[in-house]
Ligand binder design. Structure first.
Ligand SMILES: *Cc1c(COP(=O)(O)O)cnc(C)c1O
Length: 387
Protein backbone atom coordinates (compact mmCIF):
# COMPACT_ATOMS: atom_id res chain seq x y z
CA UNK A 1 0.00 0.00 0.00
CA UNK A 2 1.36 3.39 -0.93
CA UNK A 3 1.89 6.26 1.44
CA UNK A 4 -0.97 8.20 -0.07
CA UNK A 5 -3.43 5.33 0.30
CA UNK A 6 -3.08 3.96 3.82
CA UNK A 7 -6.30 1.97 3.59
CA UNK A 8 -9.70 1.61 2.06
CA UNK A 9 -11.53 4.84 1.44
CA UNK A 10 -14.56 4.28 -0.72
CA UNK A 11 -16.28 1.63 -2.76
CA UNK A 12 -18.08 -1.53 -1.81
CA UNK A 13 -14.99 -3.49 -0.80
CA UNK A 14 -11.31 -2.78 -0.58
CA UNK A 15 -9.51 -6.08 -0.74
CA UNK A 16 -11.13 -8.18 1.93
CA UNK A 17 -12.45 -5.22 3.93
CA UNK A 18 -16.19 -4.55 3.63
CA UNK A 19 -17.38 -0.96 3.29
CA UNK A 20 -19.21 -1.06 6.63
CA UNK A 21 -16.12 -2.01 8.64
CA UNK A 22 -15.14 0.66 11.18
CA UNK A 23 -12.17 -1.07 12.82
CA UNK A 24 -10.16 -3.84 11.21
CA UNK A 25 -7.75 -6.33 12.68
CA UNK A 26 -5.41 -7.77 10.05
CA UNK A 27 -3.90 -11.09 11.06
CA UNK A 28 -0.83 -12.06 9.09
CA UNK A 29 -0.85 -15.84 8.87
CA UNK A 30 2.46 -15.88 6.98
CA UNK A 31 4.09 -14.17 9.99
CA UNK A 32 2.36 -16.60 12.35
CA UNK A 33 3.68 -19.56 10.38
CA UNK A 34 7.15 -18.06 10.33
CA UNK A 35 7.01 -17.64 14.12
CA UNK A 36 6.03 -21.29 14.52
CA UNK A 37 8.94 -22.34 12.31
CA UNK A 38 11.36 -20.23 14.38
CA UNK A 39 10.08 -21.69 17.65
CA UNK A 40 10.21 -25.19 16.18
CA UNK A 41 13.82 -24.60 15.16
CA UNK A 42 14.70 -23.12 18.56
CA UNK A 43 13.27 -26.21 20.26
CA UNK A 44 15.69 -28.58 18.57
CA UNK A 45 14.39 -32.15 18.50
CA UNK A 46 11.39 -31.41 20.73
CA UNK A 47 7.97 -31.34 19.08
CA UNK A 48 6.54 -27.83 18.78
CA UNK A 49 2.86 -27.72 19.71
CA UNK A 50 0.55 -24.70 19.39
CA UNK A 51 -1.34 -23.17 22.32
CA UNK A 52 -4.54 -21.75 20.86
CA UNK A 53 -6.75 -21.30 23.92
CA UNK A 54 -9.16 -18.35 24.22
CA UNK A 55 -9.91 -18.34 20.49
CA UNK A 56 -6.19 -18.47 19.72
CA UNK A 57 -5.46 -15.47 21.95
CA UNK A 58 -8.34 -13.63 20.31
CA UNK A 59 -7.16 -14.16 16.74
CA UNK A 60 -9.52 -16.94 15.64
CA UNK A 61 -9.19 -20.59 16.64
CA UNK A 62 -10.02 -22.18 13.29
CA UNK A 63 -7.89 -19.94 11.07
CA UNK A 64 -4.89 -20.12 13.39
CA UNK A 65 -5.18 -23.89 13.77
CA UNK A 66 -5.31 -24.41 10.01
CA UNK A 67 -2.28 -22.20 9.42
CA UNK A 68 -0.24 -24.00 12.10
CA UNK A 69 -1.38 -27.37 10.80
CA UNK A 70 -0.14 -26.43 7.31
CA UNK A 71 3.28 -25.77 8.84
CA UNK A 72 3.35 -29.22 10.44
CA UNK A 73 1.96 -28.54 13.91
CA UNK A 74 0.20 -31.73 15.04
CA UNK A 75 -0.50 -31.08 18.74
CA UNK A 76 -2.69 -28.31 20.17
CA UNK A 77 -3.56 -27.06 23.63
CA UNK A 78 -6.82 -25.26 24.38
CA UNK A 79 -8.29 -24.27 27.74
CA UNK A 80 -11.83 -25.56 27.56
CA UNK A 81 -13.85 -28.52 26.43
CA UNK A 82 -15.91 -26.22 24.18
CA UNK A 83 -12.73 -24.94 22.50
CA UNK A 84 -11.61 -28.53 22.03
CA UNK A 85 -14.86 -29.48 20.32
CA UNK A 86 -14.61 -26.53 17.93
CA UNK A 87 -11.02 -27.41 17.15
CA UNK A 88 -11.86 -31.06 16.54
CA UNK A 89 -14.12 -29.92 13.65
CA UNK A 90 -11.17 -28.47 11.78
CA UNK A 91 -8.46 -30.81 13.08
CA UNK A 92 -9.72 -34.37 12.73
CA UNK A 93 -6.32 -35.98 13.35
CA UNK A 94 -4.42 -33.66 15.73
CA UNK A 95 -3.69 -34.42 19.37
CA UNK A 96 -5.80 -31.93 21.35
CA UNK A 97 -5.16 -31.29 25.05
CA UNK A 98 -7.62 -29.54 27.37
CA UNK A 99 -5.74 -27.43 29.93
CA UNK A 100 -8.76 -27.17 32.26
CA UNK A 101 -8.27 -30.84 32.99
CA UNK A 102 -11.23 -33.18 33.49
CA UNK A 103 -14.53 -31.63 34.51
CA UNK A 104 -16.37 -33.95 36.90
CA UNK A 105 -18.71 -36.34 35.11
CA UNK A 106 -17.64 -35.13 31.65
CA UNK A 107 -15.23 -37.90 30.60
CA UNK A 108 -17.61 -39.11 27.87
CA UNK A 109 -17.50 -35.68 26.21
CA UNK A 110 -13.72 -35.75 26.02
CA UNK A 111 -13.80 -39.30 24.68
CA UNK A 112 -16.53 -38.46 22.16
CA UNK A 113 -14.36 -35.81 20.54
CA UNK A 114 -11.05 -37.56 21.10
CA UNK A 115 -9.83 -34.81 23.45
CA UNK A 116 -7.12 -35.41 26.04
CA UNK A 117 -7.58 -33.83 29.46
CA UNK A 118 -4.52 -32.47 31.27
CA UNK A 119 -5.33 -34.35 34.48
CA UNK A 120 -4.46 -31.97 37.30
CA UNK A 121 -5.29 -33.86 40.47
CA UNK A 122 -5.39 -37.41 41.78
CA UNK A 123 -9.20 -37.25 41.66
CA UNK A 124 -9.09 -36.41 37.94
CA UNK A 125 -6.63 -39.18 37.17
CA UNK A 126 -8.79 -41.71 39.01
CA UNK A 127 -11.96 -40.55 37.28
CA UNK A 128 -10.35 -40.78 33.82
CA UNK A 129 -8.89 -44.21 34.57
CA UNK A 130 -12.26 -45.42 35.85
CA UNK A 131 -14.01 -44.15 32.72
CA UNK A 132 -11.45 -45.89 30.49
CA UNK A 133 -11.79 -49.05 32.51
CA UNK A 134 -15.60 -48.98 32.30
CA UNK A 135 -15.64 -48.39 28.55
CA UNK A 136 -12.73 -50.67 27.79
CA UNK A 137 -10.86 -47.91 25.94
CA UNK A 138 -7.31 -46.99 26.86
CA UNK A 139 -7.66 -43.27 26.11
CA UNK A 140 -4.83 -40.75 26.11
CA UNK A 141 -4.39 -38.02 28.69
CA UNK A 142 -1.66 -35.81 30.13
CA UNK A 143 -0.77 -35.86 33.79
CA UNK A 144 -0.12 -32.30 34.92
CA UNK A 145 2.31 -32.00 37.83
CA UNK A 146 2.47 -28.84 39.92
CA UNK A 147 6.09 -27.82 40.40
CA UNK A 148 5.50 -24.50 42.14
CA UNK A 149 2.90 -22.37 40.39
CA UNK A 150 0.27 -23.69 42.81
CA UNK A 151 -2.67 -23.37 40.49
CA UNK A 152 -3.40 -26.62 38.66
CA UNK A 153 -1.53 -29.91 38.76
CA UNK A 154 -0.76 -32.73 41.17
CA UNK A 155 1.22 -31.57 44.20
CA UNK A 156 4.16 -33.83 45.22
CA UNK A 157 2.07 -35.81 47.73
CA UNK A 158 -0.45 -36.71 45.04
CA UNK A 159 2.27 -37.76 42.61
CA UNK A 160 3.53 -40.10 45.34
CA UNK A 161 0.05 -41.51 45.89
CA UNK A 162 -0.54 -41.91 42.16
CA UNK A 163 2.75 -43.75 41.72
CA UNK A 164 1.64 -46.19 44.41
CA UNK A 165 -1.70 -47.01 42.78
CA UNK A 166 -1.53 -50.47 41.29
CA UNK A 167 -2.56 -50.89 37.66
CA UNK A 168 -3.91 -47.36 37.17
CA UNK A 169 -1.52 -46.79 34.27
CA UNK A 170 -2.81 -49.91 32.54
CA UNK A 171 -6.23 -48.33 32.28
CA UNK A 172 -5.41 -45.15 30.35
CA UNK A 173 -2.60 -44.06 28.08
CA UNK A 174 -0.13 -41.66 29.69
CA UNK A 175 0.48 -39.57 26.57
CA UNK A 176 2.31 -36.70 28.28
CA UNK A 177 3.67 -35.63 31.65
CA UNK A 178 3.67 -31.87 31.90
CA UNK A 179 4.20 -28.93 34.22
CA UNK A 180 3.99 -25.17 33.82
CA UNK A 181 6.60 -22.52 34.63
CA UNK A 182 5.60 -19.52 36.74
CA UNK A 183 8.46 -17.19 35.76
CA UNK A 184 9.64 -18.28 32.32
CA UNK A 185 9.45 -14.67 31.12
CA UNK A 186 12.30 -13.84 33.53
CA UNK A 187 15.25 -16.00 32.41
CA UNK A 188 17.31 -15.29 35.54
CA UNK A 189 14.51 -16.05 38.00
CA UNK A 190 15.54 -18.87 40.40
CA UNK A 191 12.05 -20.42 40.13
CA UNK A 192 12.92 -21.73 36.65
CA UNK A 193 15.73 -24.05 37.74
CA UNK A 194 13.79 -24.99 40.87
CA UNK A 195 10.72 -26.01 38.89
CA UNK A 196 12.81 -27.96 36.40
CA UNK A 197 14.45 -29.84 39.26
CA UNK A 198 11.09 -30.66 40.85
CA UNK A 199 9.72 -31.72 37.47
CA UNK A 200 12.54 -34.22 37.02
CA UNK A 201 12.14 -35.47 40.57
CA UNK A 202 8.39 -35.97 40.32
CA UNK A 203 8.11 -37.39 36.82
CA UNK A 204 10.75 -40.00 37.68
CA UNK A 205 8.13 -41.55 39.98
CA UNK A 206 5.72 -42.11 37.09
CA UNK A 207 5.99 -44.54 34.18
CA UNK A 208 8.14 -43.24 31.32
CA UNK A 209 6.20 -40.84 29.08
CA UNK A 210 6.91 -37.86 26.82
CA UNK A 211 7.51 -34.75 28.93
CA UNK A 212 6.69 -31.05 28.48
CA UNK A 213 7.60 -28.01 30.57
CA UNK A 214 8.15 -24.98 28.31
CA UNK A 215 5.71 -22.26 27.27
CA UNK A 216 7.00 -19.50 24.93
CA UNK A 217 9.41 -18.15 27.53
CA UNK A 218 10.58 -21.69 28.32
CA UNK A 219 11.59 -22.23 24.70
CA UNK A 220 14.15 -19.43 25.14
CA UNK A 221 15.48 -20.80 28.45
CA UNK A 222 17.53 -23.33 26.52
CA UNK A 223 17.47 -27.00 25.57
CA UNK A 224 17.32 -28.18 29.21
CA UNK A 225 13.77 -26.93 29.27
CA UNK A 226 12.56 -28.38 25.98
CA UNK A 227 12.06 -32.06 26.85
CA UNK A 228 9.89 -33.83 24.24
CA UNK A 229 7.33 -31.14 23.51
CA UNK A 230 7.16 -27.35 23.87
CA UNK A 231 3.94 -25.36 24.26
CA UNK A 232 4.34 -21.82 22.92
CA UNK A 233 1.37 -19.47 22.78
CA UNK A 234 2.09 -15.74 22.93
CA UNK A 235 5.28 -15.87 20.81
CA UNK A 236 3.33 -17.40 17.92
CA UNK A 237 1.20 -14.28 17.85
CA UNK A 238 4.16 -11.92 17.89
CA UNK A 239 3.96 -11.11 21.61
CA UNK A 240 6.97 -10.80 23.86
CA UNK A 241 7.97 -14.03 25.59
CA UNK A 242 10.77 -12.57 27.73
CA UNK A 243 10.70 -9.40 29.78
CA UNK A 244 13.46 -6.86 29.16
CA UNK A 245 14.71 -8.57 26.00
CA UNK A 246 14.35 -7.78 22.32
CA UNK A 247 11.34 -9.56 20.85
CA UNK A 248 12.60 -11.77 18.00
CA UNK A 249 9.15 -12.73 16.69
CA UNK A 250 7.49 -11.28 13.62
CA UNK A 251 4.52 -9.01 14.17
CA UNK A 252 1.25 -10.71 13.32
CA UNK A 253 -1.52 -8.24 14.09
CA UNK A 254 -2.39 -4.79 12.86
CA UNK A 255 -5.36 -2.80 14.12
CA UNK A 256 -6.72 -0.01 11.98
CA UNK A 257 -9.60 2.34 12.68
CA UNK A 258 -11.50 4.59 10.36
CA UNK A 259 -11.71 8.35 10.70
CA UNK A 260 -15.33 9.36 11.38
CA UNK A 261 -14.75 13.10 11.62
CA UNK A 262 -11.96 15.65 11.41
CA UNK A 263 -12.28 18.97 13.24
CA UNK A 264 -10.26 22.06 14.06
CA UNK A 265 -9.89 22.91 17.70
CA UNK A 266 -8.79 26.23 19.13
CA UNK A 267 -5.81 26.48 21.48
CA UNK A 268 -6.74 25.57 25.05
CA UNK A 269 -9.92 23.66 24.15
CA UNK A 270 -10.51 20.34 25.94
CA UNK A 271 -10.94 17.02 24.12
CA UNK A 272 -13.07 14.13 25.32
CA UNK A 273 -14.55 12.96 28.63
CA UNK A 274 -13.28 14.61 31.77
CA UNK A 275 -11.58 17.32 29.71
CA UNK A 276 -8.29 15.68 30.68
CA UNK A 277 -6.48 16.95 27.61
CA UNK A 278 -6.21 20.48 26.28
CA UNK A 279 -4.42 21.46 23.12
CA UNK A 280 -1.43 23.76 23.49
CA UNK A 281 -1.93 25.08 19.99
CA UNK A 282 -4.83 25.24 17.61
CA UNK A 283 -5.05 21.67 16.41
CA UNK A 284 -6.73 19.36 13.95
CA UNK A 285 -8.23 16.34 15.65
CA UNK A 286 -9.58 13.17 14.04
CA UNK A 287 -12.14 11.00 15.78
CA UNK A 288 -11.59 7.28 15.10
CA UNK A 289 -14.12 4.46 15.14
CA UNK A 290 -12.43 2.34 17.79
CA UNK A 291 -12.69 2.41 21.56
CA UNK A 292 -12.28 0.28 24.63
CA UNK A 293 -15.25 -1.88 23.58
CA UNK A 294 -13.06 -2.82 20.61
CA UNK A 295 -10.13 -3.64 22.87
CA UNK A 296 -8.25 -0.33 22.69
CA UNK A 297 -7.65 -0.04 26.41
CA UNK A 298 -8.90 3.00 28.28
CA UNK A 299 -5.51 3.13 30.02
CA UNK A 300 -4.12 4.25 26.64
CA UNK A 301 -5.78 7.66 26.97
CA UNK A 302 -3.64 10.75 26.36
CA UNK A 303 -3.68 13.36 29.07
CA UNK A 304 -1.76 16.60 29.51
CA UNK A 305 0.75 14.96 31.84
CA UNK A 306 0.86 11.58 30.15
CA UNK A 307 0.82 11.59 26.35
CA UNK A 308 -1.03 8.78 24.62
CA UNK A 309 0.42 6.21 22.23
CA UNK A 310 1.04 7.07 18.61
CA UNK A 311 -1.00 5.84 15.67
CA UNK A 312 -0.05 6.29 12.02
CA UNK A 313 -1.66 7.63 8.90
CA UNK A 314 0.72 6.35 6.25
CA UNK A 315 4.08 7.42 7.70
CA UNK A 316 2.68 10.31 9.74
CA UNK A 317 2.54 9.77 13.50
CA UNK A 318 -0.74 10.77 15.15
CA UNK A 319 -0.74 10.75 18.98
CA UNK A 320 -3.84 9.76 20.94
CA UNK A 321 -5.20 12.85 22.69
CA UNK A 322 -7.91 12.79 25.34
CA UNK A 323 -9.67 9.81 26.89
CA UNK A 324 -10.31 6.60 25.05
CA UNK A 325 -14.07 6.12 25.23
CA UNK A 326 -16.22 3.06 24.57
CA UNK A 327 -16.50 3.54 20.82
CA UNK A 328 -14.05 6.31 19.97
CA UNK A 329 -10.46 7.54 20.11
CA UNK A 330 -9.27 11.04 19.23
CA UNK A 331 -5.89 11.61 17.60
CA UNK A 332 -3.97 14.79 16.75
CA UNK A 333 -3.63 15.02 12.98
CA UNK A 334 -2.40 18.64 12.85
CA UNK A 335 0.83 17.61 11.11
CA UNK A 336 -0.77 15.33 8.52
CA UNK A 337 -1.66 16.63 5.04
CA UNK A 338 -5.43 17.15 4.98
CA UNK A 339 -5.87 14.93 1.94
CA UNK A 340 -4.65 12.01 4.07
CA UNK A 341 -6.33 12.90 7.35
CA UNK A 342 -9.85 12.92 6.00
CA UNK A 343 -13.18 11.32 6.78
CA UNK A 344 -13.12 7.60 5.87
CA UNK A 345 -9.31 7.25 5.94
CA UNK A 346 -7.71 4.49 8.03
CA UNK A 347 -5.38 5.01 10.96
CA UNK A 348 -3.11 2.24 12.22
CA UNK A 349 -3.37 2.19 16.00
CA UNK A 350 -1.43 -1.04 16.58
CA UNK A 351 1.05 -2.82 14.33
CA UNK A 352 4.74 -3.12 13.60
CA UNK A 353 5.46 0.46 14.70
CA UNK A 354 3.28 0.75 17.77
CA UNK A 355 3.46 -2.85 18.92
CA UNK A 356 1.40 -4.89 21.34
CA UNK A 357 4.34 -4.64 23.75
CA UNK A 358 4.54 -0.83 23.43
CA UNK A 359 0.85 -0.49 24.18
CA UNK A 360 0.72 -2.90 27.08
CA UNK A 361 3.84 -1.47 28.76
CA UNK A 362 2.11 1.87 28.68
CA UNK A 363 -1.20 0.49 29.91
CA UNK A 364 0.33 -1.61 32.69
CA UNK A 365 -0.81 -4.93 31.28
CA UNK A 366 0.50 -7.72 29.04
CA UNK A 367 0.07 -8.70 25.39
CA UNK A 368 -2.02 -11.72 26.39
CA UNK A 369 -4.67 -9.47 27.89
CA UNK A 370 -4.66 -6.97 25.04
CA UNK A 371 -5.07 -9.68 22.38
CA UNK A 372 -7.78 -11.62 24.19
CA UNK A 373 -9.76 -8.43 24.75
CA UNK A 374 -9.95 -7.35 21.13
CA UNK A 375 -13.64 -6.79 20.59
CA UNK A 376 -16.00 -8.97 18.62
CA UNK A 377 -17.12 -6.05 16.50
CA UNK A 378 -13.61 -5.54 15.13
CA UNK A 379 -13.64 -6.94 11.60
CA UNK A 380 -10.97 -9.60 11.19
CA UNK A 381 -9.04 -10.02 7.97
CA UNK A 382 -6.61 -12.87 7.39
CA UNK A 383 -3.58 -12.17 5.20
CA UNK A 384 -1.07 -14.63 3.76
CA UNK A 385 -3.42 -17.60 3.92
CA UNK A 386 -1.53 -19.45 1.23
CA UNK A 387 1.73 -21.02 2.31
C1 LIG B 1 -1.22 -20.65 28.23
C2 LIG B 1 -0.31 -21.78 28.49
C3 LIG B 1 0.82 -21.98 27.68
C4 LIG B 1 1.28 -20.98 26.65
O1 LIG B 1 1.91 -19.93 27.33
P1 LIG B 1 2.61 -18.70 26.56
O2 LIG B 1 3.24 -17.94 27.66
O3 LIG B 1 1.53 -17.97 25.89
O4 LIG B 1 3.58 -19.28 25.61
C5 LIG B 1 1.57 -23.13 27.89
N1 LIG B 1 1.23 -24.01 28.86
C6 LIG B 1 0.17 -23.84 29.66
C7 LIG B 1 -0.13 -24.84 30.73
C8 LIG B 1 -0.63 -22.71 29.52
O5 LIG B 1 -1.68 -22.51 30.34
Amino acid sequence: MSRTAPGPVAGIRFGAIPADARAVLSINLAALRSNWRELNKASGTAECAGVIKADAYGLGLEEIARALHDEGCATFFVATLAEGRLLRNVEPAAAIYILDGLLPGAAAYYAGFDLRPCLGSLAEVREWAAYCDATGRRLGAAVHIDTGINRLGLPPGEVEALAAEQDIFDKFSLALVMSHLACADEPTHPMNAQQKERFDEQRAKLPPAPASLANSGGVFLGSDYHYDLVRPGIALYGGRALQDAANPMQWVVRLQARILQVREIAKGEPIGYGATFRTERSAVVATLACGYADGFLRALSGTVVRPGPVGFIGDYPVPVVGRVSMDLITVDVSDVPPELARRGAWVEVMGARTTIDDLTDRAGTIGYELLTRLGRRVHRVYLGREA
